[in-house]
Design a protein around this ligand. Structure first.
Ligand code: SF4
Length: 405
């Protein structure tokens, strides 16, 4: 406690954030800007409402332990909470009913599967705050969050559980770089520094729709990398770095209509004359591109046939009325790179030929100690460049992939 106090006066407190905010930043910095910086309010989505309601029910189930409610009491609680669903915009009554029945199914399955092993949780919706030290800048960032449930499973052994209500269950490998579970580990040890060793903490994502758990353990190295990852995100937020990162998660984003990646899709619906012109230009672009691609394909085929003819006849030149194909032997030189490098370093000529492989460096940065990363990043000159990409896809398909909430 005294130590914590000393740390707080030696360092400045810089940023206060939560795990959920950092998660938004990692999904898409632009979404973070809309939601956390600009605080643009959006109505609750069906999935958010569904997830929150199931979480509330599971809290109700464990809250009075060991006097657990009966299954009927749990389902009654769910029905009462579900009344709030009337405030949401549903496609029709049927859709609302499907969600309601799915909620009941999840709770029934959870109850039946878990009741034989119900134990008193160590904590529910366990709030934590951890300090993330940025040694370089003498600052401390406070990171907070809530852990759904913590169980003591054996003497000195604990399980941190986070409930998931999404439809998809990812593969076991996805847990390796899972930021949430690593941050929860930090939260656990901040709250109870002496009751367990890192190796005694099981981290679990409980996929309620599937009734399956995915579990993992973290190592000291994972924790170190997590702290580095948190700091990296914080530095980028401090630099106001908020580019849009489109992904399949745009489907669940409430800011599509104002996001530069999607806003034009919605403006298009308004059918203004200028839109027609752009539409025609895009149409022409893809048509010309298709012709070019077909021409390229044909050119390659022709080349192959003429080359085969020259090889078969043993010719170094093949003539046509419009010109000729010529073949000349060329010597391709390759070097033993390591020995060449050694030699050039000895003769002080290395600087003249070496060049930086940025892709390799980016990969290396992920494995380097934070101090070195910071030093290298301080040498970066950031130039913003727009990368052009034309994607040919039917508009109706795009609209289906990015559904309206
Ligand atoms: S729509 Fe996609 S790209 Fe735009 S802010 Fe949302 S998540 Fe980011």
């Amino acid at each position: 406690m005294v130590m914590d106090f000393l740390i707080l006066i030696l360092y400045n407190i810089f940023m206060r954030t939560s795990y959920s905010n950092l998660e938004v930043y990692e999904i898409c910095p632009k979404r973070y800007e809309f939601q956390i910086i600009d605080k643009i309010k959006t109505p609750k989505t069906k999935e958010q409402f569904f997830g929150t309601t199931i979480h509330k029910c599971l809290k109700f189930l464990f809250k009075k332990a060991p006097l657990y409610p009966t299954l009927d009491e749990l389902l009654d609680f769910f029905s009462v909470e579900w009344k709030e669903a009337n405030k949401l915009k549903w496609r029709n009554e049927k859709e609302k009913e499907i969600y309601f029945n799915e909620g009941k199914r999840i709770l029934e399955n959870f109850y039946k599967k878990n009741i034989p092993s119900f134990s008193i949780p160590l904590d529910l919706e366990s709030h934590f705050e951890v300090e993330i030290k940025d040694e370089e800048n003498n600052t401390i960032h406070i990171l907070s969050g809530y852990i759904d449930r913590i169980d003591k499973i054996n003497e000195g052994k604990f399980e941190i559980i986070d409930y998931k209500t999404g439809s998809k269950m990812p593969g076991q490998n996805s847990l390796k770089g899972n930021l949430q579970l690593s941050i929860y580990t930090l939260g656990f040890f901040k709250k109870w520094p002496n009751i367990a060793q890192l190796n005694d903490i099981i981290l679990t994502l409980y996929y309620l729709k599937h009734g399956e758990k995915l579990s993992d353990k973290k190592t000291e190295e994972d924790i170190l990398l997590t702290k580095q990852r948190i700091l990296k995100n914080i530095w980028e937020i401090e630099k106001n770095y908020f580019p849009p990162i489109p992904s399949k998660l745009c489907g669940s984003c409430s800011y599509k209509k104002i996001c530069p990646m999607w806003s034009h899709l919605y403006q298009k619906e308004e059918q203004i004359p200028e839109e027609k012109e752009i539409n025609n230009l895009i149409k022409e672009y893809f048509s010309l591109k298709q012709q070019t691609d077909q021409n390229k394909e044909r050119l390659n085929l022709i080349k192959k046939q003429i080359n085969a003819y020259a090889a078969e006849k043993g010719l170094e030149r093949v003539f046509g009325d419009e010109g000729y194909f010529s073949y000349q032997n060329q010597t391709i030189k390759d070097y033993d790179v390591e020995r060449l490098k050694e030699l050039l370093i000895k003769t002080n000529l290395w600087q003249e030929v070496s060049s930086l492989d940025k892709k390799k460096l980016e990969k290396l940065l992920k494995k380097m100690p934070l101090e070195l990363v910071k030093n290298i990043e301080s040498l970066q000159q950031i130039k913003n460049k727009k990368i052009f990409k034309a994607v040919k896809k039917d508009l109706e398909i795009i609209k289906k992939e990015i559904p309206e909430e």
